[in-house]
Every structure is written in structure tokens, then in C-alpha cells.
Design a protein around this ligand. Structure first.
Ligand code: NDP
Length: 475
């Protein structure tokens, strides 16, 4: 047995991760349910490093040094369970199984517990960066035991992206912590993409061509908004369809699909009681875009402004939109990081938010200059929310007027901006010293005797709404 690490599941992600390990000097055992993927990898890329191909799981397991380290990169869900069931009887105590797929963190908790009882280490590791990242250096978010990380960590860290010599990979906490963080990463990604798309929509309504909008994003990518998503937005907007000569973006059907991690983020935010409306709006915006029945019935039928913006000062609009996009991004990060903080307390994970921000700086889809700022802000201090980090608070303060102008312009023209406007509402809610929740609680007391607390004295109270309307103590 000579392989340092094995990869089973050699579709786009697994294949590139296996090549990445091999390029870093590790001997990599290869396995896939359908043999051709193993053979193709060795044929096409065999000279990139030291691969040990196998034709069966037994052979694969036998080719690994002990304790064995195996990365599973198969279709998340039933595929992962099937592979674990087949592998388990072939493994020995202390071996390490890593699930690099997009698993639900509750599944990871269940699998980790089952395998721990069998003496095996199970590590749920979120991996972000897509196909290219898997090959050239992704951001890796592993959970699992300290013991497993001692063996696994150095290999994963060698394959991860690096910033200033630091790997974008760190042990985040036990069992499902890594997959939870990856899920939130994807939720933030949804919100980020939604805000970007809305900014493009406002630019279009203001008369910018796709190429002009591309130029705007390209310029922004040299400043505060520098990020992978802004960079590829410039690329996608500049793409011209070969057949028609028109911008490709104008020919793509306006239905955004989803695989599920955004939806999970919102479901879990509700379960944890952490407000994440900015992520929620982005997920709902995708489902609305795909609701053909609704849009078929209402599109072009409901009355409202026709998106015309009249004479706009284009340079001023671009500046305002850049500010609004930065703010919407910050609100998404703030809500996502709040979820991680809450889940960490709830599940006893002890996740360090500064570490999360640090390993998101590069390699992953949401990598951005802003993350360097966020990780610097969290370093050495335990913030109750990102929003009060000094440079973030000031950044929002400086930009909030522009943010409001963008929302007002879009709303007046009838351009839907749930991400930009919802995030502003979240900001104003966070700023408020008094909320109309007082009235909500009053109504709850009226119809359901749910009681309320007062600002001027201790205790719980109820008003006899259907009686003489006097107040009684409810303690
Ligand atoms: P897919 O999700 O398309 O999965 C295909 C792979 O799973 C193939 O190797 C396939 O084997 C294997 N597989 C499926 N079902 C089974 C089963 N029952 N038993 C054994 N093997 C099975 O591949 P991707 O490379 O796109 O993704 C792999 C994982 O990484 C997924 O969990 C995905 O969510 C996650 N991920 C993907 C990203 C991406 O950009 N694509 C980014 C980040 C994470 P066979 O060849 O025999 O069909």
C-alpha cells in the first residue's frame, strides 16, 4: 500500500481534486463506480503526478497507507450513503472518510455519529471554487474530529488556495460544522448574485448596453468591489452570441435554477431563529423567476411604471450602484456570519468566525476584497455582529445615502430590487432604537392573550381587551 490519499467519485470535482493532490506531490488512489472515469483520468493526466488506479473498492482500499484517508466526491445525498455503506466494511479503526460533497450538515452529523461508533473518523468538508478551484486551489471547510484533522489537515491545506502563505482551509469544528459553513457560504453566494443581477437590471433600465454594464463591473473589480463574482459578471455581460451577434445575457431565459443549498440556508435560519432575509429574498427571487404560472398570468398585465428613468446622470448612478452593491453584500455577510455564530453555540462547535472569513478570502466563489476586511475586523475580537466592526459600520454609513437613492430610483421606475431594498430594510431595522414590533405584540395580546412586557416596568401584562380594557399582571 503506497497511496497517501484516495478519491472516489471522479466527475468534474473529484477528478480535479485528485489531480490537485497529485500535483502537490501526494500519491493518489483513484476509484469511480463507472470505470471509464478512472481510466480517462490516468490516460489524460497520468503524467501530472503519482496515481494508483483501481478497478474495485477492495483494490482501492488496499492501495492506501494506514490510517487510510479517503475523499468521497459523489452526488450528494443517497450517493454518499451508498458509497459509505460499501466502504465501511472494508475499513479499519482510525481510518478517515471525508465527504467533500455538498451534504446537508444534519446528514453529516448523522453519518459522523454512526461511523464514530464503528471507530471510523468521518469528516464533512465543504469545498468551494467549482471545477477550476478544485484543480487550482479551492477553499476547504472541514469539520470532524481533531484526531482526523491531524492526518488530513496537511493534505487538504496543501491543496487549498493560499493568501499570503496561509491556506484557505482550517479545521472549523466537530461533526457538521464544515458543511454548515459551506451551506452558509452558498447562501451568501445567492444573495451576492441577486444583488449583482439587480444592479445590472437598474443599469439596463437606465439605458446601459450589456457591454457598457460589463465595463462598469470590470472597473469595479479594481476597487472595493473586487471579487470573483464581479469579475465573472463582467465576462458574462460582455459575451456576444455567435449566432445572432446579440449579447448572450439577453438570450438566456430569465429563470434562475437552484440545487438546494440556498433553500437549506433559509430553512435553517428559520429553525435557528436567526434573521437572514437578505439570503431569503435571493432564494425567493430565484423561485419567482421560475414560476411560469404566476409570471404568465401577471407579466405585462399588472399596472405600474414602465422602467423608464428619464435623464439620469450615468456617472452618478454608477457610483451609487457601486455603493449599494457593497452595502447589500455586507448585509448578506452579516446575516450569514450571524447564522454561523448561532449554530456554533447551538451545536457546541466553537467555530471561530475570523477563521471562516480568513478561509473564504480566496479559492471560493464568494472570494472578495471585502473578506480580507472582514477577517481583519474579526481577528482578535468577538463581534456581536459584523455591522458594528468599525470599518464596516463606517463603510455602510458613508454609502447609505447612495444606497437609498438607488432603491428610490428603482422603486419609482418599477424595477424590482428585492436584494438591494430588502438589505436596506435590514440595515434600517438594525439601526432602529424602536420597532413597530410593539404593535405586533399588542395585537397578539388582543386576539390571543399572549401578554406583553412594558418599557416602564418589569413583568408581563395582559389587557382585558374584550372586558373593561383594564390591565392585569400576567406573572
Ligand atoms: P456529481 O454531483 O454530478 O456526481 C457524479 C459522481 O457521483 C460520479 O462520479 C458518479 O459516479 C458518482 N455517483 C453518483 N451516485 C453514486 C452511487 N450511488 N454510488 C457511487 N457513485 C455514485 O459530480 P460533481 O463532480 O459535480 O460533484 C461532486 C460533489 O461535489 C457533489 O456533492 C456536489 O454537490 C459537490 N460540489 C460540486 C461543485 C461543482 O461546481 N460541480 C462545487 C462544490 C461542490 P458514476 O461516474 O459512476 O456515475
Amino acid at each position: 500500500a503506497r497511496a497517501d490519499i484516495g478519491v472516489t467519485g471522479l466527475a468534474v470535482m473529484g477528478r480535479n481534486l485528485a489531480r490537485n493532490f497529485a500535483r502537490k506531490g501526494h500519491t493518489v488512489a483513484l476509484h469511480n463506480r463507472t470505470q471509464s472515469r478512472v481510466d480517462d483520468l490516468v490516460k489524460e493526466f497520468g503524467d501530472e503526478g503519482d496515481f494508483v488506479p483501481s478497478t474495485s473498492l477492495e483494490e482501492f482500499v488496499g492501495s492506501l497507507k494506514t490510517p487510510r484517508t479517503i475523499v468521497i466526491m459523489v452526488k450528494a445525498g443517497a450517493g454518499t450513503d451508498a458509497v459509505i455503506d460499501e466502504l465501511t466494511p472494508l475499513l479499519d479503526e482510525g481510518d478517515i472518510l471525508v465527504d467533500g460533497g455538498n451534504a446537508h450538515f444534519e446528514d453529516t452529523r448523522r453519518r459522523e455519529k454512526d461511523l464514530r461508533e464503528k471507530g471510523l473518523n468521518f469528516v464533512g468538508a465543504g469545498i468551494s471554487g467549482g471545477e477550476v478551484g478544485a484543480l487550482e486551489g479551492p477553499s476547504i471547510m472541514p469539520g470532524g474530529s481533531d484526531e482526523a484533522y491531524r492526518t488530513l489537515g496537511p493534505i487538504l491545506e496543501s491543496a487549498a488556495a493560499h493568501v499570503d502563505g496561509e491556506p484557505c482551509c482550517a479545521h472549523l469544528g466537530p461533526d457538521g460544522a464544515g458543511h454548515f459553513v459551506k451551506m452558509v457560504h452558498n447562501g451568501i453566494e445567492y444573495a451576492d448574485m441577486q444583488a449583482i443581477a439587480e444592479v445590472y437590471d437598474v443599469l439596463s433600465a437606465a439605458g446601459f448596453t450589456a457591454q457598457e454594464a460589463s465595463d462598469v463591473f470590470r472597473r469595479w473589480n479594481e476597487g472595493d468591489l473586487e471579487s470573483f463574482l464581479v469579475e465573472i459578471t463582467a465576462d458574462v455581460l460582455a459575451q456576444v452570441d455567435a449566432g445572432t451577434g446579440r449579447p448572450l445575457v439577453e438570450l438566456i431565459r430569465d429563470e434562475a435554477e437552484q440545487k438546494g443549498t440556498g433553500r437549506w440556508t433559509v430553512q435553517i435560519a428559520l429553525d435557528l431563529g436567526v434573521p437572514a432575509p437578505v439570503i431569503g429574498d435571493a432564494v425567493f427571487a430565484r423561485s419567482l423567476s421560475g414560476d411560469q404560472e404566476l409570471r404568465g398570468a401577471t407579466g405585462g398585465v399588472l399596472v405600474g411604471p414602465d422602467r423608464a428613468m428619464g435623464d439620469v446622470d450615468r456617472d452618478a448612478l454608477v457610483d451609487d450602484l457601486g455603493a449599494a452593491l457593497w452595502c447589500a453584500k455586507v448585509m448578506a455577510y452579516a446575516q450569514g456570519l450571524a447564522m454561523i455564530r448561532k449554530a456554533s453555540a447551538e451545536y457546541d462547535w466553537d467555530v471561530d468566525v475570523a477563521t471562516v472569513a480568513r478561509i473564504w478570502r480566496d479559492g471560493c466563489i464568494i472570494r472578495a476584497r471585502l473578506l480580507k476586511q472582514i477577517s481583519d475586523e474579526y481577528a482578535g475580537q468577538n463581534l456581536p455582529t459584523l455591522l458594528v466592526a468599525p470599518s464596516i459600520k463606517d463603510g455602510l454609513g458613508e454609502r447609505q445615502e447612495a444606497w437609498r437613492r438607488v432603491v428610490a430610483t428603482a422603486v419609482t421606475a418599477g424595477v424590482p430590487v428585492p436584494g438591494l431594498s430588502g438589505s436596506l430594510a435590514s440595515y434600517d431595522t438594525a439601526r432602529a432604537t424602536r420597532l413597530p414590533a410593539a404593535l405586533v405584540q399588542g395585537l397578539r395580546d388582543d386576539f390571543g392573550a399572549h401578554t406583553y412586557r412594558r418599557t416602564d416596568k418589569e413583568g408581563s401584562f395582559h389587557t382585558l381587551w374584550s372586558g373593561d380594557r383594564s390591565e392585569v399582571s400576567a406573572d
